[in-house]
Design a protein around this ligand. Structure first.
Ligand SMILES: Cc1cc2nc3c(=O)[nH]c(=O)nc-3n(C[C@H](O)[C@H](O)[C@H](O)COP(=O)(O)O)c2cc1C
Length: 258
């Protein structure tokens, strides 16, 4: 089939997941729409019709998909709508995240053309997976997207085979890191961080503070700060980062499931 539109459904606090979605989207024609899960509340049931391709992507947080995304995706329904499911991760592990995303989508009426776990720069420890997706990753994404496109052309006459992905039931426990970004003296109170925070943890009138109970450590505030004021400034972060980098620096390649 030829789809009329592409629905990009994504959560991308630090921007690499969006880069992956854009790379995959290049293989498909049609009007591009989006549900940006950073800010779109998706608090009502929303149906993506079967003549649309859904590209659904989000980062791995502690081996799961972000809880906020799981809640929003509960309202996203398909009608045998073809979809591509992707999780991005920072070269450590993706554990149960892809299985979780696939399971939600299939339960909600989507049929998968393909699924992928793609390595990107680690948003908490950017010294791991630095500058990924890189040209090699982008070529792999193009090949994957073209394979999905071929399957889509033959669908629904040729039914889509079931896709097996890595991961385990029950899923590992979802944990929000205790470590939260803080601001240093560079802060000019511009408030851009408050405007992008997906959980409203930063008061716009006092962006030097943060509601640490609300903050999910997604790093959107760090990614967007024009003064590099938002960040992890503690000595523990530097210490842990060195150990983390040492353990997780060996290059991993993206994995695709068709
Ligand atoms: C709270 C949090 C938890 C994370 N947990 C993992 C993880 O379990 N495994 C991993 O390899 N990367 C992990 N990462 C790294 C992100 O999955 C990775 O950097 C992702 O591509 C970020 O996407 P974005 O650039 O669209 O925000 C984590 C990042 C954050 C912020």
């Amino acid at each position: 089939m030829q789809t009329d539109a592409i629905e990009q459904v994504y959560f991308s606090p630090a921007g690499t997941t969006k880069a992956v979605v854009d790379e995959i989207s290049k293989a498909f024609f049609g009007q591009k729409n989006e549900f940006n899960l950073m800010w779109d509340p998706l608090d009502e049931e929303t149906v993506i019709p079967s003549n649309t391709l859904a590209i659904v992507a989000m980062p791995v947080f502690s081996g799961r998909i972000p809880d906020l995304c799981a809640q929003k995706l509960a309202n996203l329904k398909g009608e045998n709508t073809p979809a591509i499911a992707v999780v991005t991760y920072g070269n450590r592990e993706y554990e149960d995240a892809l299985l979780e995303l696939k399971t939600i989508l299939e339960r909600n009426g989507f049929v998968l053309l393909g699924a992928g776990a793609v390595v990107t720069q680690h948003s908490i420890f950017p010294q791991v997976g630095t500058d990924r997706p890189d040209p090699q990753d982008r070529r792999a994404l193009t090949t994957f997207a073209r394979q999905c496109s071929q399957k889509l052309r033959a669908y629904p006459e040729k039914p889509l085979p079931a896709i097996e992905v890595k991961g385990n039931f029950p899923y590992r426990e979802y944990k929000v890191p205790a470590m939260k970004p803080t601001v240093n003296d560079n802060c000019t109170l511009c408030g851009i961080c408050a405007s992008v925070c997906p959980v409203g943890a930063i008061p716009p009138d006092n962006p030097k503070t943060k509601d640490t109970d609300l903050c999910i450590t997604c790093t959107a505030c760090i990614a967007v700060c024009p003064e590099k004021a938002q960040g992890f400034h503690s000595p523990e972060y530097a210490e842990y980062g060195a150990v983390f980098a040492e353990k997780n620096s060996a290059r991993k390649e993206p994995e695709f499931f068709m």
